[in-house]
Write a protein that binds this ligand. Structure first.
Ligand SMILES: *[C@@H]1O[C@H](CO)[C@@H](O)[C@H](O)[C@H]1NC(C)=O
Ligand SMILES: *[C@@H]1O[C@H](CO)[C@@H](O)[C@H](O)[C@H]1NC(C)=O
Ligand SMILES: *[C@@H]1O[C@H](CO)[C@@H](O)[C@H](O)[C@H]1NC(C)=O
Ligand SMILES: *[C@@H]1O[C@H](CO)[C@@H](O)[C@H](O)[C@H]1NC(C)=O
Ligand SMILES: *[C@@H]1O[C@H](CO)[C@@H](O)[C@H](O)[C@H]1NC(C)=O
Ligand SMILES: *[C@@H]1O[C@H](CO)[C@@H](O)[C@H](O)[C@H]1NC(C)=O
Ligand SMILES: *[C@@H]1O[C@H](CO)[C@@H](O)[C@H](O)[C@H]1NC(C)=O
Length: 461
């Protein structure tokens, strides 16, 4: 039994150890790309040959559950921290911090206050602390100083900078004399057009095709730079999109005086800060207002949303049903597509495909959580993940090399396991030798000296 276990271990070892060592030597490289608002099923709406080519040679995850609220900033920060929004602290696109008395607004590009980002430590900071270099092309938060650190290379956010220019920058960083091992790339489409048209609009077909073309451009540039076959590339998104309509608007002004509260974050999940002493009045007025709006006092937000334990989550949260908008006045209606809704709704879920030497080929995986991406990225980079809400076990089936060990202090554990089993095996052998010695001693007293000589070098070695 014991010897059996020993040989089984040696077999696992030869499978996993070369992987561990070659990973250290080759400096594994990772590129994470987000096409904002690329819903999971867009690849089935119109021909998307570039996505399908990557899927055929990589892994496609059909259902990725992202985090609530299903908005851009919270979800991009989840992907690089593995944390729910309540823990990483970027709880919305529009925030108010009552302790600092300061605001954060994506719409006003008022996002450069480090304090809003520093409840967590994103992967590029950890990567650099472990001696590596990161390069970031406009991924949200990468042009903000976080815990005193900027990415090794980054671009100031500017929507007018083309996809092609962002790709050129990244390839330059990957191929420079001091190359990056982690690249992050962000592109605004198809989110922007998804808001304008709504996802059910046939005009979205052209937008999806165009985004597929961007992926094709990236792959061809990476091939030209001889990076495509050595890079582990994950293409994903922050959220999906649901169709809105002028017919599905909940007007807060009909139910409560707007002077009684401040609206911090906007439709379809509205963060409400009541004026001093007005909490109960505002809550009572809204709670019963409309069947397609669920209103929570902060402490009653369901646990499954992981959206409660943070001082930047406001005292009242109003959540619209899919396809509904919560506005103060119908005249504020402006978009035909929106996201932010409950993260269990399939329409809110993003695409995810992965390609590279670390990944299996032509494999389709049913489900994962977006929090699992972070431990996966840390494993690919060979860095230690910080405490997070993801599960590496849930994504090891995406990997080409069987992984038997959890990523937390991956190398230490594998060494400890190796040494433990090795020493254990020696003990078993010694025990067997002593046992044989004991047997032979009682049966053949004359061979005693020979066995002692055999046992000693083993014990010393
Ligand atoms: C919060 O800041 C605003 C200006 O941004 C100021 O008018 C207000 O008095 C401040 N409130 C507190 C409690 O300091
Ligand atoms: C953004 O990029 C465009 C195009 O390169 C440029 O014209 C513009 O000045 C840039 N804006 C800022 C704020 O740097
Ligand atoms: C809106 O509310 C009505 C009445 O409760 C319900 O029947 C309907 O399913 C809701 N719509 C959505 C999209 O949940
Ligand atoms: C709501 O919108 C209407 C026009 O659509 C406007 O007349 C009215 O003043 C608005 N109400 C408020 C409170 O802004
Ligand atoms: C990919 O897998 C599918 C089934 O999962 C199979 O039908 C197809 O032939 C495979 N394609 C390649 C190129 O291996
Ligand atoms: C991920 O792992 C957790 C526990 O490790 C499990 O409860 C959950 O169902 C898994 N999720 C998926 C999508 O596999
Ligand atoms: C998420 O992870 C953080 C860090 O480990 C932890 O503090 C928090 O309690 C976790 N949240 C949940 C819901 O498990």
């Amino acid at each position: 039994m014991a010897l059996n276990g020993y040989w089984r271990f040696m077999a696992i070892c030869t499978l996993t150890f070369p992987g561990t060592f070659s990973f250290q030597q080759d400096q594994p490289k990772v590129l994470l790309l987000s096409f904002d608002g690329f819903r999971w099923d867009y690849i089935y709406k119109v021909p998307t040959p570039n996505f399908h080519a990557v899927m055929k040679n990589g892994v496609h995850v059909k259902h990725v559950t992202n985090v609530f609220v299903t908005k851009t900033y919270p979800n991009h920060y989840t992907m690089v921290t593995g944390l729910y929004a309540e823990t990483h602290g970027v709880v919305a696109n529009e925030m108010y911090d009552p302790i600092l008395n300061q605001t954060f607004s994506m719409n006003h590009l008022d996002i450069y206050n480090s304090r809003f980002w520093e409840e967590a430590c994103p992967i590029w900071v950890t990567n650099q602390m472990e001696g590596h270099r990161s390069g970031d092309a406009m991924w949200p938060g990468t042009d903000v100083k976080i815990h005193g650190v900027f990415p090794t290379h980054y671009m100031l956010y500017n929507e007018s900078i083309s996809f092609e220019e962002r790709v050129a920058k990244l390839i330059g960083w990957f191929t420079s004399e001091e190359p990056i091992n982690l690249g992050l790339l962000y592109w605004e489409q198809p989110d922007e057009m998804g808001h304008i048209f709504g996802p059910e609009n046939p005009l979205m077909g052209a937008v999806i095709s165009e985004t597929d073309g961007k992926l094709g451009y990236l792959v061809s540039e990476l091939k030209k730079a001889k990076l495509w076959d050595m890079l582990n590339v994950i293409i994903t998104s922050d959220h999906g999109m649901a169709q809105s309509s002028r017919e599905r608007v909940i007007e807060l002004d009909q139910y409560v005086d707007r002077d009684l509260y401040t609206m911090i974050d906007h439709s379809p999940v509205v963060a409400i800060l009541p004026k001093e002493g007005q909490l109960d009045q505002v809550y009572k007025a809204l709670a019963i207002a409309h069947p397609n709006m669920t209103v929570y006092k902060k402490e009653k937000i369901p646990n499954r949303l992981h959206y409660k334990h943070n001082h930047k989550i406001q005292p009242i949260l109003a959540v619209a049903d899919k396809g509904w908008e919560i506005l103060q006045n119908k005249s504020d209606f402006s978009v035909l597509g929106n996201h932010g809704y409950d993260n269990t709704l399939p329409e809110m879920h993003p695409i995810l495909v992965a390609h590279g030497p670390a990944f299996r080929k032509n494999v389709s995986k049913e489900a994962m959580s977006s929090t699992d991406l972070y431990p996966l990225l840390c494993y690919l980079l060979g860095i230690s993940p910080l405490p997070n809400n993801g599960s590496f076990d849930n994504v090891t089936d995406m990997l080409a090399v069987a992984v038997k060990i959890r990523p937390t202090s991956y190398e230490q554990e594998s060494y400890a396991y190796f040494i433990g089993v090795f020493l254990g095996s020696i003990l078993v052998i010694v025990f067997l030798l002593v046992f044989i010695k004991h047997l032979t001693h009682s049966q053949l007293p004359t061979v005693q000296v020979q066995h002692t000589e055999i046992a000693q070098p083993l014990l010393q070695g």
